[in-house]
Ligand binder design. Sequence first.
Ligand code: MN
Length: 505
Amino acid sequence: MSSSQYDEKREFELTPEPPGGGIAGDVDPLVAPVGRQFVIQQHHATALHHDLRLEMLNGETPVLVSWAVPKGLPRRRGQRHLAIHVEDHPVGYASFSGTIPEGEYGGGVVRIFDAGTYEMVDRTEERITFRLDGERLAGTWHLVHTGPEDGRDQWLAIMSEDLRPPGEEQPPAEPMLATLAGDPFDDPEWLFEPKWDGIRAIAVCGEKTRLLSRNGKDITVAYPELHRIHSQVVALDAMLDGEIVALADGVPSFQLLQQRMHLRDGSRIEQAAKKDPVVYMVFDMLYLDGVDLTGRTLTERRELLEETIVASERIALSPVTDGTGTALFEAAAEQGLEGIMAKKRRSTYRPGARTQEWLKLKVVFDADVVIVGWTEGEGRRSGHFGSLVMAVYDGDALRYVGNVGTGFDKASLRDVEEMLAEAGPAEPSFSPDGSPELRDVHWVTPSLVARVEHRQLTKAGRLRAPSFQGLRDDKSPEECTWKQLVAESGRQSGESQSRSSNSPS
Ligand code: MN
């Protein structure tokens, strides 16, 4: 027999897999002479599965006798996982890691999950028992032949003995925090990443995915579309650090996410997950298969992370650039991102600590706005105003652009109050049309101009996270226009510009 199922199924001009060289038929795993090596590949084909391959001999030729194991080999005694015996693979397949093109047989990403040596412990007429000594797995499994079913040669994989040494303790699931810094810079000792405007979350990946917020709250239930990200991780156990982001036109939209984060009702969560699915943008890894990585340098952790994550629609590796922070900062500003992160290459991961080795460099916009009213303060600010109502001229009419309640100190609070009294009460500048921030507004004559910093002009036309910088007496209210606000908010080129260079892959 010279035909080989392996070769027949594949077009070697199209797939990067090694040619089989016409392996003569498939061997019987219950009787074939055994070899030494094993490999388990994690195969992100139409359906994610693991491929277990044990080296055996076909005459003189070593081959990899193969099983597709949809759930992977059992991790605990008592678990029984289906394994489908498939065609023998050439021995060169043991080192194959790569991407089989879409449309080809088995199209998708293949990563080596584990490799090492194996020993055949026992064989009967319908069962093989083997011991794996790999990087990740160590233990004894049975493969029991249950026979053909649905045209497939079915077996059952059962763990009989787990020989893995106990792993190191997992570090606390507390994200490392960055210090706000000033100007972007270039430095080969640093890595730069986009700053994602979302919800920081630690993902604990094992047989399930658990998502923990910055303060340790379990937020898994809120993001059903992320419940399978552990299967995009080439590991038994990993702890990831990243940001849950909702993308609108390729740019993270915190507003979109805000609509998600407060949902409690199951069916509404499911609906939102379908309508506005989030992405987990990963940038760090704290733990991998029994090894605490927090003492390793960022450079080392990043390398391991890149080997460990298989990107999908729901999980992406946050891109990094070497050394050139200024260029990335400009790009971030252009693309409407919140800013960039600078991280020292040699830094270790310090859970829960705010450090100088991680810096955030924000893209902040300035705007000049007309003050048209104020709301009453509460708590520490009771007896003073709580926020100022901001507007700009859109044609002849004033247009509401939000409230600003932060950025004041004692002096500016007093100044503003004096000026508000001077401006005097007035009829509403526009209809509050249901905005809760416009309930109980004390309207004033629109004569004051304030400079505020903000981070984005939202889709609804509000300044996001505005912060008061001061009053301006060198600019008239009429000069504060919607047109200028849009132009200066970093949004003006947003529509025409391609976002594709920004989409992480
Ligand atoms: Mn496969």
